[in-house]
Design a protein around this ligand. Structure first.
Ligand SMILES: [Zn+2]
Length: 180
């Protein structure tokens, strides 16, 4: 019975993947070369402020990563049965607005190496994959935040500010490694 259930779940996930890939392909195919160039130029203005070389490569990587993120968001949202209506362009805009700026939780500069897309209300707690519930923060803050809601995470950050620096560092590392 257990094996049948495992098989069933794998098949369900595969079907979901195909479905998402199909929708994404339609969306990507609709985008003309000219539209993509417009986005590349928008990213270029931000990327050149942070990166010195391989500008084109960084932009292409960023755009590809955003496409992949959208697929992952659709799959994760379907698993948790939460709404997901974020579009590729909305995701691009979120990344574009945050690129090169400081992480809202820890002042780290957000670049393609440091940023992640975070659910303000975690997906595991019913948070949706919609524009208003997504934000760009750094990887470290995202690992420490885990599945905490923002209010609780802020309490934790405030408390961490009250302990000696060495202890703060130690606890932060442990939290980032821990179970979310
Ligand atoms: Zn951060």
């Amino acid at each position: 019975m257990k094996r049948i259930m495992q098989y069933y779940n794998i098949m369900r996930e595969k079907r979901l993947l195909y479905k998402v890939a199909f929708f994404l392909e339609i969306e990507m195919a609709k985008e003309t070369k000219k539209q993509k160039e417009i986005w590349k130029n928008r990213f270029k203005k931000k990327v050149i402020l942070v990166h010195k070389r391989n500008i084109e490569k960084v932009i292409n990587k960023l755009l590809a990563r955003i496409d992949r993120t959208k697929t992952n968001l659709y799959i994760r949202s379907a698993k948790y049965n939460v709404k997901c209506d974020i579009t590729v362009n909305e995701l691009r805009q979120l990344v574009l607005d945050a690129y090169g700026k400081k992480c809202k939780y820890c002042d780290k500069i957000l670049t393609n190496k440091t940023f992640v897309i975070d659910h303000i209300i975690p997906i595991s707690k019913g948070g949706t994959s919609t524009k208003d519930n997504l934000q760009i923060i750094c990887k470290t803050s995202n690992s420490i935040k885990g599945s905490l809601i923002e209010e609780h995470y802020k309490i934790l950050l405030d408390w961490l500010d009250t302990v000696p620096e060495e202890l703060k560092k130690d606890i932060s590392i442990r939290l980032a490694r821990g179970i979310h």
